[in-house]
Design a protein around this ligand. Structure first.
Ligand SMILES: [Zn+2]
Length: 344
C-alpha cells in the first residue's frame, strides 16, 4: 500500500470540514433545490457479495442509517415522482428536498435498506431493471468480477491466457498485487471493459465461463423478486422507476429499435407487475444519446443521470443530476457532508 502524504491528508481533511460546515446542504437559498442521492447496494461489510463489488457500489446498513439521521436534520425527504408532480403542477417546492435513489433493484435493498426506511418513515425511489428482476441474471460488472476472482482462486495461470486479454486496454495478461484481486483492482478492469458494448461483454464472458468450466449457477439471486418489489411499492414508501429492461447503456452504439424497446417495454412490464404508473427513469451508467433522451422524454415525467451535482427548479426534468454515495465517503459524518456539499 502506498503511504498517504500526511500534508495532503491534512489539507483534504480541512477542506472536508469547511465543505461540511458551509456547503450547499447548509445554505437556505430562495430558489428551491433538490439533492438526489444515488445508492446501489446496502451490504454488511462481511457479506460474501461485498467481495465481488466495486467499492463505489455499496454502503453498510449502519452507514445508511447514519446518513439518513444526518440528512433528516437538513432536508425534506420526498420521492422523485412526488417532486416532479409538484413542480409540473406549479405547487410550491420544498426549499431543500432530498430524494434517496437506489439503482438496479438489488435484493439487499429489501433485506437491509427497506427495514431502515420503514423504521424512520423515509421514502425512497428504486430504479429497477425490468427483465432481470426475479431471475438469476447478473450484471456484467458483477459477472466479470466473479469470473476473475474464480480464476485467481482456482486457476491463477489462466489469468495470462490470451482469451482474457480483451479485458485490459493494454491487451496484457491480468496481474494483481496479491494472489486474489482487491475491489479497486476489479474496479479498474470493469472500467477498461466499458469500451465494449454490453452484449459484446456478455458474449466474451459466456466464452470464458465455458472455456474454464466456471459454474455461475450456484448463486442465489442478487436482484429483487417481484414479491419483494411489490411489497415495498405497496407500502407507499417506495416509489419505483425504470432502469431499462436489461441494463443497456443507451448511447450512440445501440440501435434505435433496442433503445425504443428498453425504454418503453420496461415501463409496461413494471406497470403490469406493480399495478400502478411508472413515471421516472434512470439512464444505466448515466449514458444517453439525443435519440434515447427524446424517447425517455416521450414516455416519462422525469429522469436521472450520473452527472454529479445538485438541481435547481430550472434543471431539465430529464437530466437530473445526482451525487453517488459509497462507503468510503459516507461512513464518516464530515466526509459525508463534504460529499453532499456539492463542492466536488
Ligand atoms: Zn445501474
Amino acid at each position: 500500500m502506498p503511504k498517504t502524504n500526511p500534508i495532503k491528508k491534512l489539507i483534504k481533511r480541512s477542506y472536508q470540514h469547511f465543505a461540511a460546515r458551509y456547503g450547499s446542504h447548509k445554505r437556505n437559498d430562495k430558489t428551491p433545490r433538490l439533492l438526489v442521492l444515488m445508492y446501489h447496494r446496502i451490504l454488511p461489510a462481511d457479506a460474501m457479495q461485498a467481495k465481488f463489488e466495486e467499492p463505489g457500489m455499496m454502503v453498510t446498513p449502519e452507514t445508511f442509517e447514519n446518513n439518513l439521521i444526518l440528512l433528516s436534520e437538513l432536508f425534506e425527504f420526498t420521492t422523485l415522482s412526488k417532486w416532479i408532480e409538484r413542480k409540473n403542477s406549479g405547487q410550491t417546492l420544498p426549499q431543500k428536498a432530498c430524494v434517496i435513489t437506489f439503482d438496479d433493484g438489488w435484493a439487499d435493498n429489501y433485506e437491509y435498506a427497506f427495514p431502515v426506511l420503514k423504521k424512520m418513515n423515509i421514502p425512497a425511489t428504486i430504479f429497477a431493471v425490468a427483465e432481470m428482476l426475479n431471475t438469476h441474471a447478473q450484471f456484467w460488472p458483477e459477472r466479470l468480477a466473479r469470473v476473475v476472482y474464480w480464476l485467481a482462486k482456482h486457476q491463477p495461470d489462466a489469468l495470462s491466457d490470451p482469451s482474457l486479454a480483451w479485458i485490459r486496454t493494454d491487451q496484457q495478461g491480468i496481474r494483481f498485487s496479491d494472489s486474489l484481486p482487491n475491489n479497486e483492482e476489479l474496479s479498474v478492469l470493469i472500467g477498461q471493459a466499458k469500451r465494449f458494448n454490453d452484449s459484446e461483454i456478455h458474449a466474451y464472458l459466456d466464452n470464458i465461463e465455458q472455456q474454464f468450466a466456471i459454474d455461475a449457477c450456484d448463486l442465489k439471486p442478487s436482484l429483487l423478486s417481484w414479491t419483494q418489489l411489490k411489497e415495498m411499492h405497496d407500502s407507499g414508501l417506495i416509489d419505483v422507476g425504470s432502469h431499462t429492461c436489461h441494463h443497456i447503456r443507451l448511447n450512440e452504439k445501440v440501435s434505435e429499435d433496442t433503445i425504443q424497446y428498453e425504454i418503453t417495454a420496461s415501463k409496461q412490464i413494471l406497470e403490469k407487475q406493480l399495478g400502478g404508473p411508472i413515471n421516472t427513469f434512470c439512464f444505466p451508467n448515466g449514458d444517453y444519446s439525443n435519440y434515447s433522451l427524446s424517447v425517455v422524454k416521450q414516455n416519462y415525467a422525469a429522469a436521472v443521470t450520473t452527472q454529479q451535482g445538485w438541481n435547481t427548479d430550472q434543471q431539465d426534468n430529464h437530466l437530473l443530476q445526482r451525487i453517488g454515495v459509497h462507503e468510503d465517503a459516507a461512513k464518516d459524518p464530515i466526509a459525508f457532508q463534504a460529499l453532499i456539499s456539492g463542492w466536488h
